[in-house]
Design a protein around this ligand. Structure first.
Ligand code: UDP
Length: 177
């Protein structure tokens, strides 16, 4: 019951999607502290958060996608506060679905980034993609920090084994489905 832009899978690397007007906000949900949260606060990497934390960033390359507040979003008239609440509630719902899905295949959903947009009838739809490029996924079978990341951190932190990591996620998902 999540409204998304997805229509159909055309082939292995192409989807057909509904055209949306993308809202210039990156909605990050964190279950476990890592990445910028630990660089900008005193929270230690790996801390399991008592409840999911939603951090919203302004999509603006010139400003380096800054962390932004609800009040600033209102001030800039990017979206109404009702629509922002709707997006936040959808994000929490998506987290509940994805977290338990990934637990089934022994992956810990640390955090992820979503983007939303408006369709031609002004409905809010989930857009973009959900992949190891915009999720942090840790292998629950591994304790060793350098091998447990099965996501883009392998590239960001120069850990190697990026294709193997993404292939492993693909394999686990296909086996599960
Ligand atoms: N993320 C993303 N695109 C961005 C920034 C972050 O997809 O431009 C994702 C990232 O993969 C992670 C989550 O958002 O799953 C939180 O990222 P964070 O804010 O910790 O930033 P990072 O440490 O990646 O700079």
């Amino acid at each position: 019951n999540i409204p998304t832009h997805f229509i159909e899978l055309k082939n292995d690397n192409r989807i057909i999607a509904q055209k949306i007007k993308v809202i210039p906000l990156e909605i990050v949900l964190r279950n476990t502290a890592y990445g910028s949260l630990c660089k900008q606060t005193t929270i230690k990497p790996g801390t399991v958060l008592e409840k999911p934390l939603i951090d919203i960033y302004l999509k603006n390359d010139d400003l380096n996608d800054p962390l932004i507040t609800k009040e600033r979003i209102e001030l800039m008239k990017i979206i109404s506060s009702e629509d922002l609440d709707l997006i936040i509630n959808l994000t929490l719902k998506i987290n509940a679905i994805l977290k338990s899905f990934f637990e089934n295949i022994k992956l810990k959903l640390v955090d992820f980034k979503l983007e939303f947009g408006y369709d031609s009838k002004n409905n809010i739809l989930l857009g973009d993609e959900i992949s190891p490029d915009n999720c942090r996924l840790w292998d629950l079978n591994q304790k060793n920090d350098t091998i447990k990341s099965l996501d883009k951190d392998r590239f960001r932190n120069d850990l190697g084994g990026l294709i193997e990591a993404y292939s492993e996620i693909n394999r686990r998902i296909n086996d599960f489905l």
